[in-house]
Write a protein that binds this ligand. Structure first.
Ligand code: PEP
Ligand code: MN
Length: 353
């Protein structure tokens, strides 16, 4: 259940509502409402509340509306917010802003897909700035680059850390492209948010709950791209998104990046059916990462077209000026020429609906 609070509620009425909620739910900790598009809301697991509790709540002066939402996730549900969310990216740090999402509901389908592209990892200044220039010329709107890399082995390149963030900021200044980079630790959220236009939560951290709460609370509303855990169900993924939104940051973008299965022919299995399914279940924008999903550069162009055909509102692609010498994920990194055709094809597929 979601309770929306009347904007004009007095502090006494609010206090009374909070006391009643604590009593009804057996919760002794204070309940903090979440602000979404100008109104304050409280999401609750309604299974704890019976009919009588509902009518008690309805009588409260502070309550505007009770919205029944039966799924375990509430604020990210389409039942709560029927209009698709549009997340504005890049309006805080001097880049050229772009909007991600909303194309499923656009009557005229004029919302074009967003292409995010760049290296897996920021390796050095020359590599990043050359790639950034090429990515911009190819028509991508956001630059990616990992500064803190979650590597499977402790002996693999771990990223340049803070120096990588400085280079990303320089690339933004040079090209005007907003930048996205991964944050792995709750304690680094504020620092990364000083440099990044979008905070990325990687597949391995999708259920790192302290990290989800930190990007919800401490990232001045910076958009968050939440990648699907490689063994996560849709419900688990949406509940992870719910953590971020309930903690105060509604600007979440979901990214399907493949799930693990028995067949090692591709790095992961790209679950494209999740794209239209998510559009039914949630108002959040959905983008697809065919690079990590396939692990093979030659599969990235066809799966990019397929992702857009399935309704994805954007793509995130790994690009490297010399994929053969990349310090990370070279096998799946496309060339700049491939990126140019993918951008062109993505627009063609999106406009052909
Ligand atoms: C990445 O995008 O840099 C990355 C590490 O991807 P994932 O978390 O999906 O494995
Ligand atoms: Mn990678």
């Amino acid at each position: 259940m979601i309770i929306t609070i009347r904007n004009s509620a007095s502090s006494d009425e609010r206090a009374q509502l909070m006391a009643l909620l604590c009593r009804l739910t057996g919760n002794s900790r204070p309940i903090t409402p979440t602000r979404i598009e100008g109104s304050e809301v409280i999401a609750l697991d309604g299974s704890q509340l019976d009919e009588q509790a509902g009518s008690l709540l309805r009588q409260q002066g502070a309550v505007e509306r009770l919205i029944p939402v039966k799924t375990p996730y509430k604020l990210v549900s389409r039942v709560f917010k029927p209009q698709a969310s549009r997340v504005v990216v890049g309006n805080a740090l001097g880049g050229t802003p772009v909007t991600i999402g909303g194309s499923v509901d656009a009557v005229d389908n004029v919302v074009s897909p967003i292409v995010i592209a760049g290296p897996c990892a920021v390796e050095n200044r020359e590599q990043l700035l050359n790639t950034a220039r090429a990515v911009k010329v190819a028509g991508a709107q956001v630059l990616r680059g990992g500064a803190f890399k979650p590597r499977t082995s402790p002996y693999q390149f771990q990223g340049l850390g803070i120096e990588g963030l400085h280079l990303l900021a320089e690339a933004r200044e040079m090209t005007g492209l907003p930048v996205i980079t991964e944050v792995m630790e709750p304690g680094l959220v504020e620092t990364v948010a000083q440099y990044a236009d979008i905070l990325q939560i990687g597949s391995r951290n999708m259920q790192n709950f302290p990290l989800l709460l930190a990007v919800g609370r401490n990232s001045p509303g910076r958009p968050v791209m939440l990648k699907r855990g490689f063994a996560a169900t849709i419900d688990e993924w949406l509940l992870a998104a719910e953590y971020i939104v309930a903690a105060g940051n509604p600007n979440v973008i979901l990214c399907e990046r493949g799930i693990r299965s028995f067949d090692l022919s591709t790095r992961n299995v790209l679950d494209l059916a999740c794209v239209p399914l998510l559009h039914e279940l949630t108002h959040l924008p959905v983008i697809v990462d065919p690079s990590h999903a396939t692990g093979r550069r030659e599969l990235v162009p066809p799966m990019s077209r397929a992702a857009i055909a399935a309704g994805a509102e954007g793509l995130i692609l790994e690009v490297h000026p010399e994929p053969g010498s990349a310090l990370c994920d070279g096998r799946q990194s496309i060339t700049v020429e491939q990126l140019q055709s993918i951008v062109r094809e993505a627009h063609m597929v999106a406009s052909s609906f």
